[in-house]
Design a protein around this ligand. Structure first.
Ligand SMILES: [Cu+2]
Length: 370
């Protein structure tokens, strides 16, 4: 006890530089409830903070439901955090504490949990959050590492250690939509490769989702009365490693047309992109990434002037771009088969004045003159 008292005194001296470690001290920190918003939007947040650590409370309610994932009315029995695919983005600052209540309403049928790649210990929290229908559980973890990280349902019966060894539960739940991301911002904000501040005017969250729907010999996708009825076909399709759909934000058309993302010339946009299961290679066609943080770590200097970047499956990444031309941009997984034929495309509608210095149409398409 005396040792704790001495260390507590030391903390009082160091409070400005270091966050508290002990539960009693954590209980004294300011608490804020994060209002979750559906992707591609992100919660209101400060890009840098001057105060001390806080406890950010998050409530995630699991929804199991049937959704359509393309314009052919293809159906999937989805499992979701918060009712959306991906689950909502959580935003905190380094050394904040994230207090998550995972709720599994009694209307659901399956056991779920949550594994935060941003958290340390207990399988990212999965060991402490196994909830059956009608249950809820709360964990609190310290966000020690700045960056963007995925969270997933590491369902019992899945990956070894997730309550039971082997089995299909974890991949099934993740490819059914149980994934999202958290952004842990450095307390003094993002920095470029020279440690100069990087600020953004807008932020969007794109979750890339691979689905494995069984296609009948006739060419139609099979439908099922319940999620369990679909399981056998899903497992067989998953083992082929050839997703039927690769989409952004839950459906092939979720971020195009009237749902396109918006920006203006001169605005700096942060895009957080998550893929919980497969490798991907995002690209903004007609633009670039001014900055990309490799592997999503904000402790690393960003790569600059990048055409296409890479995200290993099971990770999130972040890019920043200041738009220089108006127009309708395509933001894709630059596996062009997956973007053009399987759905992994979003659009960004950018308003503003055209810059002739950057590009001019010198001669519009017409007959060959010589
Ligand atoms: Cu689950």
């Amino acid at each position: 006890m005396r040792r704790i008292t001495i260390i507590s005194c030391a903390w009082a001296v160091l409070a400005a530089a270091s966050p508290p470690q002990f539960a009693a001290e954590v209980d004294e920190l300011p608490r804020v409830v994060q209002e979750m918003v559906a992707p591609p939007f992100v919660p209101e947040h400060e890009q840098l903070v001057t105060g001390g650590s806080k406890v950010v409370q998050v409530r995630l309610v699991i929804e199991e439901k049937k959704i359509e994932i393309d314009d052919e009315e293809t159906e999937v029995w989805a499992m979701t955090f918060g009712g959306t695919i991906p689950g909502p983005l959580i935003v905190v600052h380094q050394d904040d504490y994230v207090e998550v209540t995972l709720v599994n309403p009694s209307a659901n049928n399956m056991i779920h949990n949550i594994d935060f790649h941003a958290a340390t210990g207990a399988l990212g929290g999965a060991e402490f959050t196994k909830v059956g229908p009608g249950e809820e559980a709360t964990i609190r973890f310290k966000a020690t590492r700045p960056g963007v990280f995925v969270y997933i349902c590491c369902a019992p019966g899945g990956v070894q250690g997730c309550s039971a060894p082997g089995g299909v539960m974890t991949p099934w739940h993740v490819i059914s939509g149980m994934n999202g991301a958290i952004m842990v911002l450095p307390r003094d904000g993002l920095k470029d490769q020279n440690r100069n501040p990087v600020r953004y005017d807008r932020a969007y969250f794109i979750g890339e989702q691979d689905f494995y729907v069984y296609r009948e010999p006739s060419g139609e996708y099979r439908t099922y009365e319940t999620a369990v009825h679909a399981l056998n076909d899903i497992v067989n399709t998953m083992l082929g490693q050839n997703p039927s759909h690769v989409v952004f934000n839950g459906a092939a058309d979720a971020l195009v047309g009237r749902n396109a993302l918006k920006a203006k010339v001169g605005e700096t946009v942060l895009i957080i992109h998550a893929q919980a299961n497969r490798d991907t290679r995002p690209r903004l066609i007609g633009g670039h990434a001014d900055f990309v943080w490799p592997y999503g770590s904000f402790n690393n200097p960003p790569s600059t002037d990048v055409e296409t970047w890479f995200l290993p499956g099971g990770s999130a990444g972040a890019m920043v771009y200041t738009f220089k031309q108006p127009g309708l941009y395509a933001y894709v997984n630059h596996n062009l088969i997956e973007s053009s034929l399987k759905g992994a495309v979003a659009q960004i509608k950018v308003e503003g004045d055209w810059d002739d210095d950057l590009m001019q149409q010198v001669k519009p398409p017409g007959p060959i003159s010589k």
